[in-house]
Design a binder for this molecule. Sequence first.
Ligand SMILES: [Mg+2]
Length: 430
Amino acid sequence: MAQNADMKELDPRWRDGGDLRWLYLDMNSYFASCAQQDEPAIRNRPVIVVPVMSDYTCAIAASKEAKALGVKTGTQVKEARERIPGLVIREARPDRYVDLHNQILAQIDHVIPVEKVCSIDEVACRLMGPQQLEAPARALGHRIQRRILENVGECLTASIGIAPSRLLAKTAADMKKPLGLTVLRQDELPGALLELEIDEFAGIGRSMKARLNAAGVETVRQLWELSPSRMRQIWRGIMGENFWYALHGTDPLEIETHRASITHGHVLAQELRPAEHARGVARRLTAKCGSRLRRMGYKCGGLHLYLRGAGGERLEAATRFAVTSDSFRMLEASDDLWAQCARRLKAPRVKQIVVTCLHLIEAGAKPDLFGWTPDGEEDGRHMSLLSALDALNQKFGKDAITIGPRTKMHGFVGAKIAFNRIPEQPEFWE
Ligand SMILES: [Mg+2]
């Protein structure tokens, strides 16, 4: 089906063998560039961005100046400091990243529609008609880069990849930074791909690389020469065959997943790790899930709690209950799960907490269809109290009012930027 749609797009007038169907944009050192944009004094200096101000956390972004000195995303702050005297360290500002992200999208949209927002700093656009020829496609890419620099911020450089499949366009965007523009033409494949390492493709992580190595695949040349069925074998599923098509320039069918859960997680700063404080964080995350459910018009029928203890142990527990978006009921459930997990901790210290709402349904759905009991009906007084709390927090800033003791959590609890989901602005005040 996807193949057919693409065939239709490829009007013979625009076929020159390049088959350029995708333009992929990836902002360079995005969080660090945002910091340099907002603070001219730290431009041209090595900068890293961290989730919390601590020596024991890792950089979540590094400016090109920091990268040139050997510090990258994932480098521990302590090590980064040792490596670069005078390193600038800034705490993450997720709300600002979303704001700039929206401005960037608006600029791209002036030039070409955005087909898919892949992460906070990556988008994919489909090329149509004459845009599928190399010269117009390149011109389009340069226009987008220029518009972002001129209208959003001079520090916000983007690298662009143009290729027949989305995977190849993403790979191309990664090949030249900053402000790169790389074209991979169908009629030149595998071409420049041969210079890459196999784990430079999206979809080949550490464990897939190990499986490929075990199958005797070390180089991109060997990867390229595998058959679709061999890839299916190595990947242990259809994903392998999909990868073969994407690598060879044809997009596999996309499977859109429906929202099945809401998650809030937090890696705890040292002072919050003792169990009695950590429990407060779990409660805050649960309350945040509740307010997000209500804002999105959902209810949940279960809760999952994941704890990583300071000793590295991973504990989890889940429970089902009658569907609700009542934070008080969810807090009761979360307290139960906490008790179950906490007694299995090796030491009373917790490093990471993730709370997930399970079995989501739209708030308007009839609650008795699948045997939900009437006591699942939310307490009307609770709900009007909670919507008043939500409104106050939206108006006066999050934490204006919280349920239970206030736990200081370094600015943001849940509206962090995951790689696959862009928070909406209201979340920063929940
Ligand atoms: Mg990027």
